[in-house]
Design a protein around this ligand. Structure first.
Ligand code: 4AD
Ligand code: MG
Length: 431
């Protein structure tokens, strides 16, 4: 019995007989010779079946089976310089595990809603497969970056009694008779983590009841959130910039095959090196006004404004020191400008929008207490958070990066819905 191998390692088995366990991705047949495009999750390979060279039973099965039939194929690996995988398989035998007829996703064009309704199957298509492989690799690169620098992973809870990023996007649920929410951000718990471990991070799902349809917002998305004790807004911009540049450069190497199959232009990614420009909010407003935008000081930037600003610099750009009114309760005021807070957002290039939001946190207990009240937040559930200011409070800072925004940027996908295996959006809870 020949050895069973994954398609990704076929190049190591040239001129040997092997067994592949997978599915039929596509088929062409001339009546005498059939070309089976086979996939097993690790790659694609063309299997060549010649009538008369295999049992009649196998030939008949080849003629009959449809797309996504599950098959176990035996054959001889042959080097083929023209094939993307570098090899081809001369099929000698095939066992049909299940013959499929009428797989709904055919090689023809389908609408996105049709495909999204069948997301559990669409994952098998080569483009979606490539995007999600990039996601998987980026998650590892992101975690590695912080592990390599001595951070401790402190998993934030998903069920929480607190709001972090305003109360309008909360998903609420009943927690044994008490109100609870799905977390909007793990930040507040990372602040406890930073005081315990010095440098902490979390990486998990976060939830926002985004009530409008946009290509940049999901209702469930993954956020990476580092938090550092004794750090300032400037430290956070230094860390975020090195993190993004490092991950992008590593991704170009690690995701080379996927970027090729996605036809992603690498040139704009190759240029992503530190430092990134740092623009004061006042300056960003001026820049927009000079570009003819009707933008008033004190407003928050929309997607169009972000694109304009990033195009101006041609690099990821930090906007820093925002009006207090448009930012959450926890942001440290700017000592020189009481109308501003020490927040910073990193805007990705090529129109991919805000990738990172972060900044320096309030460490003074009295100020934090009054900000909670000003924002109409109940004091009681935040008592543990106040403790962090009562017992050894220090300046500290951190940021949150939306994983799907990073995946969209690296893979060149305009819409976040293709960057997560099973997207959750306004109007979509299935599959
Ligand atoms: O700017 P945000 O709201 O910041 C926070 O949540 C902070 N508490 C993070 C921190 O400092 N620890 O969100 C951070 C990032 C955004 O820059 C964006 O990349 C992503 O999370 N994000 C979303 N991604 C997809 N869908 C949504 N609805 C998102 N909302 C935010
Ligand atoms: Mg933000």
């Amino acid at each position: 019995m020949p050895t069973c191998v994954y398609i990704e390692s076929l190049v190591d088995h040239v001129d040997s007989d092997v067994v592949i366990k997978g599915w039929l991705y596509n088929k062409r047949s001339s009546g005498k010779i059939a070309f089976l495009e086979l996939r097993d999750g690790t790659g694609l390979v063309q299997g060549v079946v010649v009538r008369g060279k295999v049992d009649d039973e196998v030939w008949n099965a080849v003629e009959e089976i449809g797309q996504e039939s599950s098959v176990i194929v035996t054959g001889r690996v042959k080097a083929d310089a023209r094939a993307p995988s570098g090899v081809e398989l001369g099929v000698s035998a095939m066992e049909v595990v299940q013959a499929v007829d009428g797989y709904p996703i055919t090689p023809k064009e389908h609408g996105t809603e049709f495909l999204m309704d069948r997301r559990h199957l669409w994952l098998r298509s080569s483009q979606q497969h490539a995007v999600l492989r990039v996601r998987s690799k980026l998650e590892k690169l992101c975690r590695d970056y912080f592990y390599e620098r001595g951070y401790t992973l402190v998993d934030s809870p998903i069920l929480t009694p607190l709001s972090v990023e305003g109360t309008t996007t909360l998903f609420s649920t009943d927690y044994f008779g008490r109100p609870a929410y799905l977390t909007q951000s793990g930040q507040l718990y990372q602040e406890a983590g930073a005081m315990a471990f010095g440098k902490a991070f979390c990486f998990g799902p976060t939830f926002r009841a985004e009530k409008s349809k946009t290509r940049r917002h999901l209702t469930e998305f993954w956020m990476l959130e580092p938090e550092i004790a004794y750090a300032t807004i400037d430290d956070v911009m230094d860390i975020a910039e090195d993190f993004v540049a490092t991950v992008i450069q590593r991704a170009l190497v690690e995701c080379d095959a996927e970027l090729t199959s996605l036809d992603r232009d690498r040139a704009p990614l190759e240029q992503i090196t530190a430092p990134f420009p740092r623009v004061h909010y006042d300056e960003a407003v001026k820049l927009l006004q000079e570009a003819g935008e009707d933008f008033a000081w004190g407003s928050d930037f929309g997607a169009g404004h972000e694109t304009l600003i990033s195009e101006h610099f041609g690099k990821p750009v930090f906007i820093n020191r925002f009006p207090t009114k448009i930012k959450p309760f926890y942001m440290e005021p700017d000592a020189e400008r009481p109308d501003l807070v020490l927040g910073c957002d990193l805007i990705a290039p090529e129109g991919y929008g805000e990738l990172i939001g972060g900044g320096q946190r309030i460490h003074d207990p009295a100020l934090l207490e009054s900000r909670l009240a000003e924002h109409g937040l109940p004091a009681e559930p935040y008592q543990w958070y106040m403790d962090l200011r009562r017992y050894g409070t220090v300046p500290h800072a951190g940021f949150g990066m939306g994983l799907e925004r990073l995946v969209a940027w690296v893979t060149g996908r305009p819409h976040l819905r293709e960057t997560i295996p099973f997207p959750r959006m306004l109007g979509r809870l299935e599959p």
